[in-house]
Design a protein around this ligand. Structure first.
Ligand code: GLP
Length: 253
């Protein structure tokens, strides 16, 4: 795991966008694993800017989103389908058929999960997986106690997540479960980039990066990933014990 502490969220976001642009330069047909949440908003704006100003090409890219709420139709304004359309897909030249987000409204949700795993395999696996982190250490919607080998499945949302995400919902009640890629699914991506900003994420970041690997902190499973970077701002990094070491690694690179 490599920890990069940037001066600002903007600098960390630009670094993430450069990493994605570099991948698409080397491999225009790359498979991207995408995430939602406020942390990703500036990153998607940055990618849209690179598309508009520098011709960053998404025409051969395939994407798989981490998760979707159960019960929301894709056109629902609070769905992750809508989030992705508004924030990225409608603003770049990606092919609609190359976009994959779990269907949280399907009659047979278990089949959706099996099909999702198969589609990832058929696409050749995920080259780069973007991740945020929940205040409880979740990645995707893998809540504390999720198996570290879990695959795409339906899962109930934790109380903390319901509390944190309620502000994004225009209607009550918000969904209480979601389809999420599993931790095992995420660990199979060739590269993982986790972005976290602000002091509200500091405890989760420290537990994920420096704590023991445990199902109670799902992001701690990333310690097993051979190519995982955490891109942080100083506030999100503030509870890390090893900050001086991470800074020395950065100055060497
Ligand atoms: C949701 C998503 C996660 C995301 C998290 C953090 O719960 N399912 O994938 O990491 O939100 O969101 P934010 O970036 O808004 O803090």
């Amino acid at each position: 795991m490599e920890i990069f502490i940037h001066d600002t969220p903007q600098a960390a976001t630009r670094a993430a966008a450069r990493t994605i642009a570099g991948l698409l330069g080397r491999k225009p047909e790359a498979v991207l694993g995408l995430a939602t949440g406020d942390t990703m908003l500036a990153l998607y704006d940055e990618l849209v800017g690179l598309h508009r100003d520098e011709g960053l090409d998404f025409s051969r890219v395939t994407t798989f989103n981490l998760d979707e709420y159960v019960g929301l139709p894709p056109e629902h304004p609070d769905s992750y389908h809508s989030f992705m359309r508004e924030r990225l897909f409608d603003r770049v030249n990606i092919r609609p058929q190359a976009v994959h987000i779990p269907d949280g409204q399907a009659a047979d949700l278990s089949q959706v999960c099996v099909d999702y795993e198969e589609a990832i395999q058929e696409a050749g696996g995920i080259d780069l997986q973007l991740l945020g982190i929940g205040r409880n250490g979740h990645i995707g919607f893998n809540e504390p106690s999720s198996s570290l080998a879990s695959r795409t499945r339906v899962t109930p949302l934790a109380r903390q997540t319901l509390k944190d995400n309620r502000c994004h919902f225009h209607e009550e009640p918000m969904p209480s479960s979601a389809i999420t890629m599993g931790i095992g699914t995420i660990l199979q991506a060739r590269q993982c980039l986790l972005l976290a900003f602000g002091s509200a994420k500091a405890k989760a970041v420290a537990r994920a990066a420096e704590g023991p690997v445990t199902t109670m902190v799902p992001a701690s499973a990333l310690q097993f990933h051979p190519d995982c970077r955490f891109l942080l701002d100083p506030a999100a990094a503030s509870k890390l014990k090893n900050q001086a070491y991470y800074a020395s690694q950065q100055s060497d690179s």
